[in-house]
Design a protein around this ligand. Structure first.
Ligand code: SAH
Ligand code: SF4
Ligand code: F3S
Length: 459
């Protein structure tokens, strides 16, 4: 079998794709990198907004045409697959294999059966399963929990991924060990709401650490960099900020989605915190980790959001001074309370607000990134080329950074880089060291490096 896997959605989906890919390989499949070369195409889907659903529809349309011309098995997995909406789409586009996010380990059974196979159960084995480490990668995801116990009124995730189930710490540490053994240097702990780890349905699980304790345990493993996502402000506690500050491997990066700066909107979203409480968390993070790079998620144009409400989002942005933000136009999702009960705002209102927010974000990101000019940052180079002569990587603060190749910098690894230019989206630098040692310098000031280092060329 020649299998091609397409992944949409968040890092949880990337992790799940890796897991399913390793199952496919162990079943004897060859992974190929185009639809044309495949006889099994599997799409890992996202349902969080309308756009990713439209994308799946269009790829499935293309696949259905292919299937009329040659033998082709079509598979759909992930969040959309779990929804009635997704199952309708699957029927329409003649999908053969459909696996919800809890049924991924059924992939073998699904491919063996000679008829349509739909798996929609949430099975515990998924938690016990330790996928093999990604080959040749220094960065890896590690799922510490699945599902979500919150009920934000706009969000479909609790429906697609079910209630929160924390993974046993022994399994997490075993998976971490296997990653370490494979040479992984940076791990991102994943969950819809990692701060609630160990408290499923609101109750403390016996034998499970809290998230703060888990951070310390992972920090003691010898891994060099730890990131985690996502944090829900409602479950954020100061001991998490303290554990971050006291665990050297935990990177100076926090993604704390705020969604809105208006208390009225936050109430209507059922976010269970207000602006003041949120700002307390930011203050705690800054107290324990003064260098923390702060990122957030914001939804603009939530139903009923007034000009004044939106103004409060802009003012909160200024008050926090975020380094970066993921900004989304509210997308009504069938099956969510806000879809059912609230009237969507006109498209023009939503896009105009998004434009204004993006302008504020760009200003802040430009200012925040400029503070790194001239500094030396620890960079994890992924090893793939950004362009000929340049490599791409990430700092501890999660900034993408591009550096010209230097002698001794043969590819993937942890390096020190001096930042030579910044834009709102990116840092540019030159390699100055590897593993704490100074690099033998070469004239790495190639003409194209000079061009790339100019922020203006990126506009
Ligand atoms: N569990 C994570 C979020 C998962 S979804 C958390 O709570 O932080 C990622 C982001 O998508 C959310 O933070 C939110 O900003 C956005 N989002 C979710 N539902 C949305 C919708 N219906 N319309 C627009 N954006 C949405
Ligand atoms: Fe969705 Fe809210 Fe759960 Fe995040 S915390 S996944 S936004 S319901
Ligand atoms: Fe999308 Fe599911 Fe992730 S809806 S954002 S893939 S949790």
């Amino acid at each position: 079998m020649k299998a091609h896997l397409i992944t949409y959605g968040c890092q949880m989906n990337e992790y799940d794709s890796h897991l399913v890919q390793s199952q496919l390989v162990s079943l004897g499949a060859d992974m190929v990198d185009s639809i044309d070369a495949a006889d099994f195409v599997l799409i890992n889907t996202c349902a969080v907004r309308g756009k990713p659903v439209d994308k799946v529809r269009s790829v499935l349309g293309q696949l259905r045409k292919e299937k009329a011309l040659r033998p082709l098995v079509i598979g759909m997995m992930g969040c959309l697959a779990q929804l009635e909406e997704g199952q309708q789409i699957a029927r329409k586009f003649e999908v053969d294999v459909l696996l919800g996010p809890g049924s991924l380990l059924d992939i073998g059974k699904a491919l063996e059966s000679n008829q349509r196979f739909w798996g929609l159960n949430f099975k515990d084995e998924l938690h016990d399963h330790i996928p093999p480490p990604p080959t040749g990668k220094l960065q890896a995801h590690l799922t510490i929990m699945r599902g979500c116990d919150h009920h934000c009124t706009y969000c479909i995730v609790p429906t697609t991924r079910g209630p929160q189930v924390s993974r046993h710490p022994d399994l997490i540490l075993r998976e971490l060990d296997s990653l370490l053994g494979a040479g992984v240097k940076e791990v991102t702990l994943l969950g819809q709401n990692v701060n609630a780890y160990g408290f499923d349905a609101g109750a403390k699980l016996a034998g499970y650490p809290s998230f703060a304790e888990l951070l310390r345990m992972v920090g003691a493993s010898g891994i060099q960099r730890i990131k985690f996502t996502t944090s829900h402000p409602m479950n954020f506690t100061e001991d998490v900020a303290a554990a971050m500050g006291e665990t050297p491997a935990v990177c100076e990066f926090v993604h704390l989605p705020v969604q809105s700066g208006s208390d009225r909107v936050l109430r209507r979203m059922a976010r269970e915190y207000n602006r003041e409480k949120y700002l307390t968390h930011i203050a705690q993070i800054r107290k324990h980790m003064p260098e923390a790079v702060l990122a957030t998620d914001i939804i603009v144009g939530f139903p009923g959001e007034t000009k004044e409400d939106f103004q409060e989002t802009l003012s909160l942005y200024d008050e926090v001074g975020y380094d970066s933000a993921y900004m989304f136009i509210y997308s009504p999702r069938p099956g969510t309370p806000s879809y059912q009960h609230f009237q969507d705002l006109p498209r023009e209102v939503k896009t105009e607000r998004l434009q204004r927010l993006i302008a504020v974000q760009k200003d802040w990101s430009a200012k925040k990134n400029a503070r790194f000019q001239g500094s030396v940052q620890e960079v994890l180079l992924r090893g793939d080329a950004y362009s000929e002569g340049h490599l791409e990587g990430h700092t501890r603060g999660n900034h993408p950074i591009v550096v010209p190749k230097a002698l001794g910098a043969v590819g993937a690894g942890l390096y020190q880089a001096r930042v030579t230019a910044t834009t709102p989206h990116m840092l540019y630098g030159e390699l100055v060291g590897v593993d704490g040692q100074t690099l033998p310098m070469v004239p790495n000031f190639l003409p194209e490096a000079a061009a790339l280092s100019s922020p203006l060329t990126m506009l």
